[in-house]
Ligand binder design. Structure first.
Ligand code: MF3
Ligand code: CO
Ligand code: CO
Length: 267
């Protein structure tokens, strides 16, 4: 019998999706992507985040799917809308978008029991060069993370690429309090995908795994706090924050972006 040693984390089983399940993930991912394409023309000065929420809700339901955030752990709306200094999980409400705002819209669909999760940044009218650069670096950091995804590589490689670029090259804060996550028949499951990983560490990726990559990049400190509503995460220093997200499938020779859009900003 072995003496009790230092606690090691339990090895977690990561679900490997079958061919049939991958088809379901493609379908829900495609729908989530279509919601972002659908809502884009409505993101204009004068619109409320409640109107964006209602339009996305109706679109999803009309496509025989369920908006995953609605009632998830008590979340009161169907999408997340995170404006300016809001890092993530902003709750749609009476807030009116004004010229110069930047907003993340985060969509999660449940189609035939499978979750698809994706978010994008939108600019409201003309925005500052500073805001545009934050968004550009955020998107690029996400794509650098996605490029690391392939069978045999480690989860830590993803965050290393993201942090190396966003913080290393641009001096931005990479949020640590929220991570990417395994996704499939459940919204949030293992593995946890940190956006500040170390190369060569963490779980080894296998074909059929699906997870999100969703870096939140802050102008200033990476630190966040959650408002009294229990959801809205904001930067500790009030600096602005940006985020983009895709759901990714690990394949034999690389990866497939399940939430890809035709006119997506990619690299
Ligand atoms: N879509 C978010 C994510 O990327 C989670 C939103 S949960 C909610 O993981 F309850 F805030 F909607
Ligand atoms: Co997610
Ligand atoms: Co999301």
């Amino acid at each position: 019998m072995r003496l009790p040693g230092p606690q090691r984390p339990e090895p977690v089983a990561i679900h490997i999706h079958s061919k049939r399940e991958i088809e379901k993930m493609r379908a829900t991912g495609r729908l989530a992507a279509q919601v972002l394409e659908f809502i884009e023309p409505f993101v204009k000065p004068g619109v409320t985040t409640d109107e964006l929420d209602r339009r996305c809700h109706d679109f999803i339901v009309e496509h025989d799917a369920i908006p995953a955030p609605l009632n998830y752990k008590g979340f009161p709306r169907s999408i997340c809308t995170s404006i300016n200094e809001v890092v993530c999980h902003g709750i749609p409400g009476p807030r009116v978008l004004v010229e110069g705002d930047i907003i993340n819209i985060d969509i999660t669909t449940i189609l035939e029991g499978y979750f698809g999760d994706t978010s994008e940044m939108f600019t409201v009218g003309e925005v500052s060069d500073r805001a545009r650069k934050l968004i550009d670096v955020t998107r690029r950091s996400m794509w650098l993370g996605i490029k690391e995804v392939a069978a045999g590589k480690r989860i830590g490689d993803i965050g290393a690429a993201i942090k190396g670029f966003a913080q290393g090259e641009h001096g931005y804060g990479v949020v640590e309090a929220f991570c990417g996550h395994g996704i499939g028949k459940v919204f949030h499951t293992a593995p946890q995908v940190a956006h500040t990983g170390r190369r060569g560490t963490g779980l080894r990726m296998k074909p059929g795994m699906t997870f999100t990559i969703e870096p939140m990049i802050n102008e200033g400190t990476h630190e966040c706090r959650v408002l009294e509503d229990g959801w809205t995460a904001v930067t500790l220093d009030g600096g602005w924050s940006a985020q983009t997200e895709h759901t990714i499938l690990v394949t034999e020779h690389g990866h497939e972006v399940l939430t890809m859009r035709e006119h997506a900003f990619s690299m």
